[in-house]
Design a protein around this ligand. Structure first.
Ligand code: COA
Length: 116
């Protein structure tokens, strides 16, 4: 929480708490974090949901919202999703949402990006 609040204070954007429409309970977190990676300023997209709501398309919705905001406000910085190779669900979310698979940037994570 402290790190997330610091991001919002410093940049005016950051991670979001996600609720389903008309339901107050928080079901997940996601959003855009500005950071330095491979000696470049990037926008790292993150998504994480409660297992009870997996499979409803929420992560794709969060990533699509992040892409729209990126296009509107910060297109000069690359948008990046980094995930572990075995994380099939997270990889599928990135693929379905239109990010480019960037094998040339792979490290311990597999990399998907826009605008790199
Ligand atoms: C990754 C995660 C956010 C996906 O959330 P979600 O809301 O269930 O994702 P969506 O419903 O948008 O599903 C997206 C796609 O992934 C697929 N998928 C979901 N779980 C899967 C699994 N275990 N294996 C294969 N595909 C899977 C879905 O079927 C869907 O593809 P489809 O529409 O072609 O069938 C969720 O699994 C999660 O919170 N995991 C733990 C945290 C995490 O790993 N975050 C990513 C860090 S980079």
């Amino acid at each position: 929480m402290a790190r997330d609040i610091e991001l919002w204070d410093r940049y005016g954007f950051g991670h979001w708490a996600v609720s389903a429409e008309l339901e107050p309970a928080v079901i997940g977190f996601g959003g855009i974090g500005r950071m330095t990676w491979r000696e470049r300023e990037i926008l790292n997209v993150y998504y994480r949901f409660s297992p009870s709501v997996w499979g409803n398309g929420y992560a794709c919705e969060v990533l699509r919202a992040a892409i729209k905001l990126w296009q509107r406000w910060l297109p000069d910085l690359p948008l990046v999703v980094r995930t572990r190779p075995a994380n099939v669900a997270a990889r599928r979310v990135a693929e379905k949402s239109g990010l480019e698979r960037r094998t040339d940037l792979d490290c311990e994570h597999v990399i998907y990006a826009l605008g790199w």
